[in-house]
Structures are given as C-alpha cells and as structure tokens.
Write a new protein. Structure first.
Ligand SMILES: [Zn+2]
Length: 140
C-alpha cells in the first residue's frame, strides 16, 4: 500500500503544512524501509516519529492521535514529505487537480441551475420562489 493511500486527506494536508512551517526538526532514513524523525506539534511538544515505508500503517508516532493505532498521522506525513520532496510536489499537483475538478463541477452546476431557472415561466418562478421562501422561513 502506498503512503498516500494509507493516509487520510487531512493527515496529508496537515503534514504538508507542518513540513512547510519547518516543524520537522530532524529526520533520517535509517534503513531501506524506515524513516525516523522529530516533529514539533501544535502544542510545541516534540513527537518521535518512525515511518514504515513498506507498510505505512505500521508507522509509529507518540502523539495522542496515533499512539496505539494503525493510522498515518500528520507528523508521519511531515517526515515523509521532508524525506521525499518529489512526492510532495506530486501530492500538491494532485491537490491542485482536485481543486480544478471541483471548480469545474461547481461551474457546471451553476450553468444547470441557470438553465433551469431560464426554462421556467413567470408563474412557475413565482411558485418556486414562494416555496423556497416558505421552506427558509419554516426553519426559523
Ligand atoms: Zn503523530
């Protein structure tokens, strides 16, 4: 399993931010499959991280979120990005592509709504507006 697919979207993004904000204090690759590092957490506590490159979910971190659980936390992601800058570039490109796709979907949705509104008669528009306002006021 690749590191990206083992980690949640928020762990990867927060890990990227931690790396960017220089919270990875030190890291080293200790063997083919292992990265070790120290990462400064949000509460200024320093966490000890060991990333298992072959089995990312077997990685370890002594933060409260990851301790004793088989998950990839943001501290592991930060160490991973520190060790593999090209993987970080690839990750950022994927995030950008995802944002572009989302923007295209929203644009399509806006066009669909506009076409729908344009297709209505004046009477239908009045009814739709009345219904929408009634639903909105019904929530108060
Ligand atoms: Zn952690």
């Amino acid at each position: 399993m690749s590191f990206f697919s083992a980690a949640s979207g928020s762990a990867l993004w927060r890990g990227y931010e931690y790396f960017r904000d220089a919270r990875v204090l030190l890291w080293q690759q200790t063997d083919t499959n292992t990265l070790q590092g120290k990462v400064r957490g949000s509460g200024e506590k320093i966490y000890t991280v060991s990333v298992n490159l072959e089995h990312p979910r077997a990685s370890q971190c002594d933060c409260p979120h990851a301790a004793g659980r088989k998950i990839v936390c943001k501290h592991m992601a930060a160490v991973y990005f520190a060790a593999f800058p090209q993987e970080m570039e690839r990750y950022l490109a994927l995030v950008e592509e995802g944002e572009r796709q989302q923007e295209r979907r929203w644009e399509e949705q806006r066009q669909e709504i506009w076409q729908y509104v344009n297709s209505l008669t004046k009477q239908q528009l009045k009814e739709q507006l009345y219904q929408a306002l009634q639903e909105k006021w019904g929530q108060w």
